[in-house]
Design a protein around this ligand. Structure first.
Ligand SMILES: Nc1ncnc2c1ncn2[C@@H]1O[C@H](COP(=O)(O)OP(=O)(O)OP(=O)(O)O)[C@@H](O)[C@H]1O
Ligand SMILES: [Mg+2]
Length: 651
């Protein structure tokens, strides 16, 4: 039974599977077939992968802190050797004590071994302290190194990675994997140390009788195998539980966070969400119980078979004694040595388990980093783009995964420097998607966008992006101060207050901000001390200011005024008109009165470009644009109110 079988078993037993579809489902297609293959791999297949993973974890640890990595490795192995030495010394002491002869002589004979034992024990204690100290310093450094690596990738991957199947699940497991790097390094060094101890007792046991060692190893196998299988099953169950864990996190957010709190109350969602939580947890509990049952069965079986095998070892020992192959005088030493060997083997088994399970988690991290690399944009090798003369979209098509129709369908258009153009069309007609392609945020499935006649790919991507400012339709409310919320429109430049205020003024945001309790320094996140929140329209003004900050050569504004009051909207469009003839602007809006001044209007329908021209041309053509415009204008087309004539003019 694989982990998915456990999932299914757990889910059906609780009868919760049928109720699941209300929440996001586990996607049938994994991000990469490789992930599933790994999750379903057998114990041996995972072992085969371990050396590579260990090498990688050691490399990361080494990069993070060479000194501490070396110290941890050396002292751990050192203390393992000491432990082995201690065992041999104990053995020696016992041999001397059990030898024939008067007791004082035996004690004297045992003294050198006792001295070695004391020294070795003291050294081991000292090394333990050093290991602990170095380890405490190493762990946060490695953690930072690994986590930073993860963030470097998640902030660099192309947007389509986030649309890829199970990317979020993969990332969830990778985050857990970041914690396993140090544990893996530590587990490997512990294992090496354990092996040193094991070698020592092996020597002791072989000295008694060569047959005892293989017998002991065989007796350890059932338990070792059972606990490895149990660890494997636990990991597989965990790996398959990404969606469930994310779902729990989602419910946590929905029930405990500020953003969803008003709707939760207005729609009375409390019981509904608690019910969802119970369902998710019901499934989870079922899966955990099923796992616990299997793990217990497996380890019990291992323990029983292992116990019988251990009994057999003692029978063998007895036979060897009876047979006179081991002198009776050494019997006690012999039993102690066998017990020590068993303990060492148990410890080594545990350490193999640790390496194994931490290795699996680290493998998630390493695997994610590899898979994510496919989504990294090509390195910008191109030249710095010169000032914009002409932007051409040539036969651009973009299809989102799993969507039958293309979001942008074979669009060709040209925008000349200094023009203000508008993209117009109904909801879902592809305006934002086309804007994202022009803004270099998305790669077209076919076709190219050219900057001065050369495809984007031939220019340096970062510098190209520097020349384009984008105000996206679904803007993010950054949990920073008002000033920073605007300044992030140009993070590379110094956040000069006069520039920020000028940008704010252009977006009609200045007066709003000045009235806040701490003015520009007001933190715009209510969940922190002294934080404030803004109205929807006020937020939108700040976002528009962000777009104006840079006075970018190409400014793309996607629905910048959907929440603005008429006065703010007028001010915003005045600022956009100020750019006309000087800088290039692409404007997307449903308020068609605002696009009348645009040099050209491109009308999209179901992804295709269906009309283009100036307002007057399009109105005269009487096509889609004229239809939309007339429809909207009709809403304002009320009979003019009878305005009383101004006083004093009645003549
Ligand atoms: N990430 C995505 N994955 C899948 N489909 C998407 C994604 N984003 C948008 N779409 C789909 O692509 C099509 C075009 O969307 P787009 O956002 O470009 O429309 P729009 O013209 O900007 O609409 P609106 O006026 O509502 O802003 C729509 O059918 C939409 O459902
Ligand atoms: Mg849109």
């Amino acid at each position: 039974m694989t982990e998915t079988a456990i999932e299914r078993g757990g889910a059906t037993r609780d009868g919760a599977a049928a109720a699941e579809p209300l929440l996001p489902e586990l996607r049938a297609v994994w991000w990469e077939a490789g992930v599933r293959a790994r999750a379903e791999a057998g114990v041996l297949a995972v072992f085969a992968e371990l050396p590579r993973l260990v090498a990688e974890a050691v490399r990361v640890s080494w990069r993070a802190d060479r000194l501490r990595t070396s110290i941890v490795a050396l002292t751990t192995v050192g203390s393992g050797v000491m432990a082995g030495g201690g065992l041999l010394a104990t053995q020696r002491v016992l041999v001397e004590l059990f030898a024939a002869g008067p007791t004082p002589d035996k004690v004297v004979a045992a003294l050198p071994a006792l001295a070695v034992l004391a020294t070795v024990t003291a050294l081991r204690g000292g090394l333990g302290i050093v290991t602990g100290y170095a380890q405490n310093g190493l762990a946060p450094r490695v953690r930072q190194e690994v986590e930073r690596g993860l963030f470097e990738v998640t902030t660099a991957v192309r947007l389509d990675a986030f649309d890829a199947d199970a990317f979020a699940d993969d990332m969830e497991r990778a985050s857990r994997g970041t914690e396993s790097t140090v544990s893996l390094v530590q587990a490997v060094t512990n294992l090496l140390a354990g092996l040193a101890g094991l070698l020592a007792v092996a020597v002791a046991v072989v000295l008694i009788h060569p047959l005892l060692l293989p017998a002991l190893l065989v007796a350890t196998l059932p338990r070792a195998w059972a606990s490895l299988r149990a660890g494997h099953l636990t990991y597989q169950t965990w790996a398959a539980g990404s969606v469930r864990r994310r779902r729990r996190g989602l419910l946590h957010g929905l029930m405990a966070e500020r953003v969803s709190a008003p709707e939760l109350r207005s729609y009375g969602l409390r019981r509904f969400l608690l019910d969802q939580y119970d369902r998710v947890m019901g499934v989870e509990t079922g899966i955990q119980l099923a796992l616990a049952r299997r793990v217990t069965t497996m380890t019990s079986l291992g323990a029983v078979v292992g116990g019988i095998a251990t009994g057999a070892v003692y029978v063998l020992l007895g036979l060897l004694l009876v047979d006179g192959r081991i002198p009776l005088a050494a019997a006690a030493t012999c039993v102690i040595a066998v017990q020590a060997a068993q303990r060492s083997l148990a410890v080594a088994t545990y350490q193999v388990d640790q390496v194994y399970s931490e290795g699996q988690h680290f493998g998630d991290y390493a695997g994610f980093m590899n898979r994510a690399a496919d989504y990294l944009p090509a390195a910008g090798s191109g030249a710095a783009p010169p000032p914009l003369r002409e932007l051409s979209v040539r036969e651009v098509t973009l299809s989102y995964p799993d969507r039958k129709e293309a979001a942008v369908d074979d669009v060709t258009l040209t925008v000349r420097a200094g023009e203000t153009v508008a993209f117009v069309g109904e909801n879902g007609s592809g305006k934002s998607t086309l804007a994202a392609v022009i803004a270099t945020l998305r790669m077209p499935s076919a076709g190219v966008v050219e900057w001065n006649g050369r495809p984007y790919a031939e220019w340096d991507a970062d510098r190209l992006r520097d020349r384009i400012a984008v105000v996206t339709q679904e803007y993010h409310k950054w949990p920073f101060t008002a000033a920073t919320n605007i300044a992030i429109g140009d993070v590379e430049a110094e956040a000069r207050q006069d520039r920020i205020e000028a940008a704010a003024a252009r977006a009609a945001a200045h007066d709003t901000i000045v009235e806040l309790p701490y003015g520009y320094e007001t933190l715009l996140d209510r969940t922190f001390a002294k934080g404030q929140d803004l109205s929807g329209g006020q937020w939108q003004r700040i976002t528009a200011a962000r777009g104006f900050l840079r006075d970018a050569e190409l400014l793309i504004m996607d629905e910048p005024s959907s929440a603005l009051d008429p006065r703010a909207e007028d001010a915003l469009f005045q600022s956009i008109r100020d750019r006309q003839g000087r800088l290039t602007t692409i404007l997307i809006t449903h308020r068609l009165a605002n696009v009348r001044h645009a040099d050209r209007i491109f009308v999209l329908d179901r992804g295709a470009l269906v009309e283009s021209g100036s307002h007057d041309e399009l109105m005269a053509a009487g096509g889609r644009y004229a239809e939309l415009f007339t429809l909207q204008a009709a809403g304002y087309d009320v009979a003019p109110p009878r305005v009383p004539p101004p006083r004093g003019t009645v003549g």
